[in-house]
Design a protein around this ligand. Structure first.
Ligand code: NI
Length: 180
């Protein structure tokens, strides 16, 4: 059974460390991946992405599930952005480590990311839109960067607002919860 891990909150020094490269993809790493997905889905505010430092593990590992028809849930080991669009887009982000807040962040419209999957196989793909945004946000976590470092108009967003945002997104077919 996967475990629900406590999510580290802003102010915890582990969120500010540069996470270490992973040299071996083995069963214990795959257990951590399962626990991270479980934690992301079952957090008070469910997320679409989570980075290992957020659960207290300073390693270069992220999980992302856009929860739409277009994208499969993915785990990425040692993810790197190898190419990025010149075009930038601004949108409101949240983060499981900074609960109840929102801020507007400028991100590359698309990125090409490489890394390894949960079996240790090399993978390289191009991501666009919210998927690209989520990957940039999670990879920032591995370098000790929180979205609030880059955001403008950081503001409180109460539960009601978050629920409204989520149902609006669902209504528009986006199905994207805002906490990443
Ligand atoms: Ni985050």
């Amino acid at each position: 059974m996967p475990k629900l891990l406590p999510v580290r909150q802003d102010g915890d020094p582990i969120l500010r460390q540069k996470a270490k490269k992973i040299s071996r993809v083995d069963d214990s790493l795959r257990r951590l991946i399962d626990d991270m997905f479980h934690t992301m889905y079952n957090n008070e505010t469910p997320g679409i992405g989570l980075a290992a430092p957020q659960v207290g593990v300073s390693m270069r590992l992220i999980v992302v599930d856009m929860q739409d028809e277009e994208h499969e849930p993915i785990a990425l080991v040692n993810p790197e952005i190898v190419k990025a669009s010149k075009e930038m887009v601004v949108a409101a982000e949240g983060c499981l480590s900074v609960p109840g807040m929102r801020g507007d962040v400028e991100r590359h419209e698309w990125v090409t990311v490489k890394g390894r999957d949960e079996h240790g196989h090399e993978t390289r793909f191009r991501a666009e839109g919210w998927f690209a945004r989520c990957l940039q946000h999670e990879i920032d976590h591995l370098d000790g960067i929180l979205y609030t470092d880059k955001a403008t108009n950081v503001r409180y967003a109460d539960e009601e607002q978050i629920c409204t945002e989520q149902s609006e997104r669902q209504a528009s077919g986006e199905k994207v919860p805002v906490a990443i």
